[in-house]
Design a protein around this ligand. Structure first.
Ligand code: G3H
Length: 471
């Protein structure tokens, strides 16, 4: 993933005061945080001896992923990276074979010195000595430092080896990957020194796709970034997933170039709804074709009616409602320019941060859809039918887009998007369903100044049918 330059508000004040390991204990299982200890808790008298060096506020964070091969380290490293990047952090995964070398530490220093703030080292770091080198480097440079230790049940290890071998076999069939990976697992098995109560801050993950087995134990975790990471790790990584995304069919407001509101589908929008159903298990579909297990729509009638012919359990979610355009709800872009030219220019200047008066910004939306994305990641075969701005925010997670790119991601009407996991990455297939519709995509105009002419402001407004101004 490419690094980005700026950050989102809300991440600016990371607390990083010093405390002992005892006060920072959390125990997470299946996403629930329970303060206190469990039967397999750490030795507390040892833990109270462990202290965290005070670190400057906003200091860069080094995350060290440790553990034997095939425990899910790389999946988790990239899941954390994707989540933080989506939230506007400057994050990069540094892959190392076994342990961090001097050279990697040099790259990390450069990474931080050029304005980035999170480095995730994905390696085994089998011995305490391997880990202490990175810890010392962080203390000397006044960086935050978080260790994530991965383990899993033998049965899961064998499944992971098989899955990884299958993945590699497709890419390169000249090697017996199953044999190679079994040997790799055996080779390191006896060399791993588990993290001791004196190492930390530490998150210990017992990794499994099974929510009843997956659990997370944390000690000394502090500040916003580490807390976000703890949350990301608390949910199991489900490896093979497919999601379907679509905007609603063309609405009567789309035809008129109006934004917001709760208009119903146009006749072409209803046609799209039928065609979408043919793709996804509805009337006229291929019996062996995909069928969503869950259907999520917004509360607005244009999304609800788009999925009416698709079989499956459905839920309407307020979080999937279109961006609230506040005082501009129901207007065309031309009407916004006429009534609120300054607002229109400010939005064009910074569409990510701009908040409609009495409405929302894309930054607001990103926060609103966070829960939807986290819920999606616990599922597969979900169909999400929502709106342009909301889908831009959700798809950005899977595309690895930075927040700055989000307001201009093109999500056309009458197009099914199929997102499939590919290792720790995702691939997006675009399937246009060939039902004519208006284009609602307005690119940023060249002139965003508040002194611009109406003609300059409206230069990139897509064509639509003329409509009278609503009073
Ligand atoms: O306001 C409704 C649109 O779907 C969002 O489009 O953010 O590109 O103006 P926009």
């Amino acid at each position: 993933m490419a690094p980005i330059a700026s950050k989102m508000p809300g991440n600016d004040y990371e607390s990083c005061s010093s405390h002992n390991g005892n006060s920072g204990d959390h125990n997470l299982s299946n996403g629930n945080v329970v303060n206190g200890t469990t039967s397999n808790s750490i030795n507390m008298s040892a833990a109270t001896n462990f202290t965290i060096t005070p670190c400057q506020i906003k200091a860069p964070l080094v995350v060290i992923i440790v553990g034997l091969p095939f425990r899910g380290k790389s999946f988790a490293a990239h899941k954390i990276s994707r989540n933080l990047f989506w939230k506007g952090e400057d994050v990069k995964v540094f892959e190392v074979e076994e342990k961090t070398s001097e050279e990697t530490l040099k790259y990390i220093t450069e990474w931080f010195e050029t304005g980035h703030n999170v480095a995730i080292i994905d390696g085994m770091h089998l011995t305490k000595q391997d880990r202490s080198i990175v810890g010392k480097y962080c203390r000397e440079n006044v960086y935050h430092h978080l260790i994530i230790e991965f383990e899993c049940e033998e049965r899961c290890v064998e499944e992971n080896i098989k899955d990884t071998a299958q993945f590699y076999q497709k890419v390169d069939n000249n090697q017996d990957w199953l044999q190679t990976f079994r040997e790799k697992n055996a080779k390191y098995k006896n060399q791993f020194e588990r993290c001791s109560p004196h190492e930390g801050p530490l998150i210990n993950v017992t990794n499994s796709e099974n929510v009843l087995i997956h659990s997370v134990k944390a000690r000394g975790v502090q500040g916003l970034l580490q807390t976000i990471i703890l949350g990301v790790l608390s949910a199991p990584v489900i490896k093979n997933r497919t999601f379907f995304f679509s905007r609603h069919g063309e609405s009567e407001f789309n035809v008129l170039g109006r934004i917001g509101g709760n208009a119903d589908l146009s006749s072409r929008g209803r046609k799209y709804s039928e065609n979408l159903a043919k793709q996804l298990g509805g009337p006229g579909s291929n019996p062996n074709g995909p069928k969503p297990r869950l259907i999520w729509t917004s509360e607005l009638q244009r999304t609800i009616h788009t999925v009416q012919n698709i079989p499956g359990p459905r839920t309407t979610l307020k979080d999937l409602n279109e961006i609230n355009a506040g005082i501009c709800e129901g207007l065309t872009y031309e009407e916004i320019q006429e009534r609120f030219p300054q607002e229109f220019a400010w939005r064009d200047q910074d569409k990510l941060k701009y908040r409609y008066p009495l409405g929302e910004s894309y930054l607001d939306l990103l926060q609103r859809v966070d829960g939807v994305v986290q819920a999606l990641l616990l599922n597969t075969d979900v169909l999400v039918v929502s709106h342009q701005a909301v889908l831009r925010c959700i798809l950005a997670y899977f595309k690895g887009s930075s927040p700055e790119e989000i307001p201009y991601v093109n999500v056309p009407l009458h197009t099914l998007l199929i997102v499939k996991s590919y290792g720790y990455d995702f691939k997006i297939e675009t399937v246009p369903l060939k039902v004519e519709c208006v284009d609602t995509y307005r690119i940023q105009p060249a002139n965003c100044s508040i002194e611009r002419t109406a003609a300059d402001a409206l230069k990139t407004v897509p064509a639509h049918f003329d409509a009278p101004i609503i009073n």
